[in-house]
Design a protein around this ligand. Sequence first.
Ligand SMILES: Cc1ncc(COP(=O)(O)O)c(C=O)c1O
Length: 512
Amino acid sequence: MSPSLPRYRSADWDEPVVLELGRPGRRGIYAPQVEDDVAADVDALLPPGVRRTTPPALPELSEFEVQRHYNHLSQMTLGMMGINLFGTCTMKYNPRVNERVVARPELAEVHPQQDPSTLQGILEIVHAFEGILQELSGMDRFVFQPGGGADAAYTHACITRAYHASRGELARRTEVITTIQTHPCSPATAAAAGFDVVTLPLGPDGYPTLESLKAAVSDRTAALMVGNPDDMGVYNPEMKEWVRIVHEAGGLCFYDHANFNGVMSRIRARELGFDACMYMLHKTFAGPKGGGGPAVGAYGCQPELVPFLPRPLVDLHDGVYGLDEGDERSIGRVREYWGNVPVVVKAYSWVRALGAEGIRQAADLSVIANNYMETRLLQIRGVSKSHPHLTQHRLEMTRYSLEQVHADTGIDVHDIQNRMVDFGVDAPWLAHEPWLIPEPITPEAGETWSKEDIDTWIDVLAEVVREAYEDPETVRTAPHNHAIAQVQAGGVDDPERWATTWRAHVRKRASA
Ligand SMILES: Cc1ncc(COP(=O)(O)O)c(C=O)c1O
């Protein structure tokens, strides 16, 4: 092993689940006695049918025990802790300072049901951030309610339905057109909203041909839902013409801008003619990803779609911020209140820290980092890229294929993922389904990682590929340096064995 590669071994605690820890009566926090003037007879407030008769069986632990437990678990995690070049939608570092900003009591201790006159500061931030996205996209209004990128795509599918219904055309406009390399959330949400999905295959240039689009578009077309560049890193330069063709047929055009990072401040959805677009604040704008929990898919649209937006929107009249609840044309809420406002504040903090110049620089850096990475990765034995005949530079990501490594050694991309984590770096993301090229991996550096970190990650991949050729058994049986060995996924298919709650686990363990 090269001396420059990281040496790593994870901690391996014999850690019970939290429900098995603690002792009755142990406490982490003692709540103060309720003051007389706010005390209430809680029992009288609750109907007898919903009152508990026995206390909940919760673990009782001291603060330190809780902290130690979660520290132990974090030391055994398999990912998101090392150098993390996770592609197809930029996963970037979440600056700590933003956590301090949102923890300020003016932001953390307010509630959206307060009177807006007492929420002027936070409304100002939401309004100002909307202004920044308007500038970046050219769209007229933005809403932050969708709880992620897929939720913003769903918002668009519902708005498409409402828009065509308002024109008496919904019965006829039953089809949403997408492309095989657009993220699966576009076809999935179009189908969930009741549309038939027409998926265009790739042409020789790495994106569907104009002819295939023309053949698919008709007076049944309700919308086009696409991403560009796609998550293979290929940019479709004919997109303006695509939008024109779909508009001519009366359809709406939605831009999944999840791959905005490499084109920030260089491409505006409006200039390409789109009616709506989506940005991911939990990815491109440095908010935490958190598995879809604290996410925000910012959905923006042109004036003709604004009446259909989920409400409320934040407005400014005569120097006072207020909430515009819209009218019956709104599709209704897709999430509670104004969405996950702390993530909006973090995104605002991030763009204000960078400024207009900084955002452009971040986009450029992410493209340079990707192309640096591409040059080095393609020198590794058995590594090729998708559509190798396309010579123009990819933007912020490139999809690679380890097909040759697999053919030569029998080692597949899952084995490679499992072995890479042995070096303390995060495994690469492969590709969304369907895989368009065999044995794919999609690393993306963004602007976050230093050249040294990128080099380390590439060195690890090169080492694992070398092992695949020279010592495949080590790769096939990885990970070796983790508390968690290969997951035997068999139990996941067996409803008698899997348990999604503690109670189900205890019941199934007892009967096993
Ligand atoms: C291009 C693209 N669009 C949409 C999504 C969906 O985003 P989210 O995970 O926030 O729902 C992703 C996430 O992988 C993506 O890569």
